[in-house]
Design a protein around this ligand. Structure first.
Ligand SMILES: Cc1ncc(COP(=O)(O)O)c(C=O)c1O
Length: 409
């Protein structure tokens, strides 16, 4: 029912947090776009690392430091393989998508964006891919330009060519909208931008969790994602950058590990990627993230993608039975995100009543206030699906929403 080789019951059983009751009811977790739950394999990897291998990396000559460094660099290789990057040096560990984008803004952005230049984003960006570019543009006297979105939540592709000008220094765009679920045609956008020698940063926070990403195939220059959304630990994330791009960039933060030598007069910076990893990194986080990736690969990335599409179709159909429910974001190509409003009921009230039923969904602007303005709403209710969600989760949501309707009748 959910694709070959996908044993949903077994997969669900791999996530211990889901086996609980809340408010006297079985937990229904439909907030994975905010953060993903962690499989036992990730919890075990973290425990194993702290129990056996913990030591600082790249510094000690002792056995534990050797093991810890090996585990950290192995994790980098696992991420390289996951994204199909050419070289492990193209993988920089950061805290998350937000830090990855800020890193590019503070290095590439500060260096390349000057007065009168432009940075191009889209109307469906998360604040993490808006504010850093506003800051760069404000500091440089540059202009932020925006690709519009149509009523279904698709990018207006016919507007793109005119927005990519000789002043555009970067296109920074989300792969998948966290608030709508829309999947953007990144390959096509990259081809358009590259035809004008404009590099492209892709915010992959919501794509890697739903389908396989190949950065060489996309040909993007930067790609960012967060470990915690990919069912790994909090505090770890990834910036992929093409080697030539990273090598041309100045350092981000100063400190230990990002240097080759320091005198009071001068510092010689370390090679890529360590140049961008100042201070003690999140070794345990990297190990946990690698475990999450191995877990997902074990389940099967294409089976996960198939399950997502199947459950999205089921949920879209099921929600159509709720009177007054209006989906926000109906692009033909989307991931398992269902954003909606319920006539006459404030999203916050919907969330509060669903919570009483043990159902976790998100309400609010989803860190995408300009997008909410575009759709003329202050907030939506958002249910987001992951590999461990079942049709029963969706049925519980529908039942909960019918209860909301009763309360507000
Ligand atoms: C599309 C998108 N970009 C960026 C972020 C920021 O991710 P983080 O808070 O993990 O840095 C999120 C998180 O919700 C997101 O959905």
């Amino acid at each position: 029912m959910t694709g070959p080789g996908f044993d949903l019951e077994r997969v669900r059983g791999d996530f211990p947090l889901l086996r609980q009751e809340v408010r006297g009811r079985p937990l229904v977790y439909l907030d994975s776009a905010a953060t993903g739950q962690k499989p036992q394999a990730v919890l075990d990897a973290l425990t194993r690392y702290y129990t056996h291998d913990n030591a600082n990396v790249h510094r000690g000559v002792h056995i534990l430091s050797e093991r810890s460094t090996q585990a950290y660099e192995d994790a980098r290789e696992t991420v390289r393989r996951f994204l199909n990057a050419k070289d492990a040096r193209e993988i920089v560990f950061v805290r998350g998508t937000t830090e990855a984008i800020n890193l590019v803004a503070a290095t590439y952005g500060r260096k390349q964006v000057g007065p009168g230049d432009e940075v191009l984003i889209s109307a469906m960006e998360h604040h993490s891919n808006i504010v850093p570019w506003q800051m760069v543009c404000d500091a440089a006297g540059a202009k932020l330009r925006v690709i519009p979105v149509d009523d279904r939540g698709e990018l207006k592709m016919d507007a793109v060519d005119a927005l990519l000008t000789e002043r555009t220094r970067l296109l920074a765009i989300t792969h998948v909208s966290n608030a709508l679920g829309s999947i953007n045609p990144i390959k096509e956008l990259v081809a358009k931008a590259h035809a004008k020698n404009i590099p492209v940063l892709v915010d992959g926070a919501q794509s890697v969790t739903h389908f396989q990403v190949d950065v060489q195939e996309l040909d993007c220059d930067f790609f960012a994602f967060s470990g915690h959304k990919l069912f790994g630990p909090t505090g770890i994330g990834v910036l992929y950058g093409k080697l030539a791009m990273l090598e041309a960039m100045p350092p981000y933060q100063g400190g230990g590990d990002m240097i080759l030598s320091v005198t009071m007069e001068k510092t010689v910076y370390n090679r890529v990627p360590h140049r961008f990893e100042a201070g003690t990194p999140d070794m345990a986080g990297a190990v946990g993230l690698a475990a999450a990736i191995r877990y997902l690969e074990g389940v099967g990335l294409s089976a996960i993608a198939q399950h997502d599409q199947w459950l999205l179709a089921y949920a879209t159909q099921a929600l159509s039975a709720v009177p007054g429910l209006k989906l926000v974001g109906t692009a033909p190509k989307k991931t398992g995100v269902l954003s909606f409003t319920l006539e006459d009921v404030h999203p916050h009230d919907v969330g509060t009543i669903l919570d009483q039923e043990g159902i976790c969904i998100r309400t609010g602007h989803h860190c995408a206030q300009p997008l909410m303005q575009r759709f003329g709403v202050a907030a939506t209710v958002r249910a987001s699906l992951a590999l461990y969600n079942t049709p029963q989760d969706v049925d519980a949501l529908v039942k909960g929403l019918l209860k909301v309707r009763e309360v507000f009748a």
